[in-house]
Design a protein around this ligand. Structure first.
Ligand code: BV8
Length: 229
């Protein structure tokens, strides 16, 4: 009987909900190179450009036509079935897992629907587009709020708990991630080292496919319900 399951998701699980991935044809990084919109240096150099990149994605996420898909819903059923024994770690900054009903989620790369004070690090719900006038209320003087997003070179969130759960897991499943970004891309190796079963579900084999015991190719809206059922 499986005791502890760790699921890692990436942009691919939200692709069929209409959210663009990063590194594919017409992906997010194609128009906005990482170094221009997803590093602290980029924000320092051109805050308006970085804010616009996140404002656009925040507004797209909140349009009515972006909904959780069958993969998000299947994972929520998995959590219900294995109450308390599934830890979902997502690289995604969207809120589709929450809206599908999943409870125990770690957004290791932050969340599009939250903003953060750059000085106190207090996190607030995002209620309006980021701008020079969208400032914190926790400091004097007030500072313009930044996206609650982990940029390249910044420490991912929740790592201690993620590492604890990986060290004790007996099943590790990666869904819809290219295996391009660390430390997430290295999680399979930790799971392997503790004897867990490792499965990758992806539209095509990822950069780390060879590290998994099993690779199932196909769209997440089909492969995830099949795995959960
Ligand atoms: C850190 C937030 C340390 C922004 C993101 C050299 C070697 C190794 C590592 C490094 C290195 N140089 C630098 C590093 C570290 C760096 C890194 O990994 N760089 C890479 C580029 C080499 N990592 C970091 O900087 C991390 N921090 O290491 O900190 C530290 C230590 C101490 C003190 C301080 C710091 C921070 C990384 C986080 C960066 N932020 N996102 C934003 O979202 O706007 S990363 C970004 O990539 C997203 O979060 C995204 O989730 C993530 C991974 O991408 P994927 O989710 O995999 O998406 P992608 O498009 O790539 O792939 C989609 C996949 O889905 C494809 O495979 C496709 O086939 C599949 N797919 C498509 N459709 C479907 C599908 N699958 C199923 N069904 C479908 N329908």
């Amino acid at each position: 009987m499986l005791q502890r399951i760790v699921v890692l998701t990436g942009a691919g699980i939200s692709a069929e909900s209409g959210l663009r991935t990063f590194r594919e044809e017409d992906g997010l990084w194609e128009k906005h190179p990482i170094e221009e919109v997803a590093t602290p240096q980029a924000y320092q150099a051109n805050p308006q450009k970085v804010r616009q990149f996140y404002n656009d994605r925040w507004q797209q996420l909140n349009k009515g036509d972006v909904q959780p898909n069958a993969a998000h819903l299947a994972l929520a059923r998995l959590e219900q079935e294995f109450a308390g024994r599934v830890h979902l770690v997502t690289q995604n900054v969207d809120n589709l897992h929450e809206r599908a009903g999943f409870r125990r989620i770690t957004h290791m790369h932050g969340e599009l629907s939250k903003v953060r004070c750059p000085v106190s690090h207090q996190v607030f719900p995002m209620q309006q587009p980021l701008s020079d006038n969208n400032v914190c209320t926790c400091c004097i003087p007030h500072y313009p709020l930044r996206p609650h997003i982990v940029w390249f070179g910044e420490m991912p969130l929740g790592m201690a708990q993620i590492e604890t759960d990986l060290a004790q897991c007996d099943l590790f499943v990666a869904i819809g991630t290219s295996g391009s970004v660390y430390p997430a891309a290295g999680f399979v190796d930790i799971a392997q080292s503790v004897g867990a079963k490792t499965i990758e579900l992806n539209l095509e084999p990822s950069l780390t496919a060879s590290h998994f015991q099993e690779v199932r190719v196909g769209p997440a809206s089909q492969t995830v319900p099949t795995l959960v059922e």
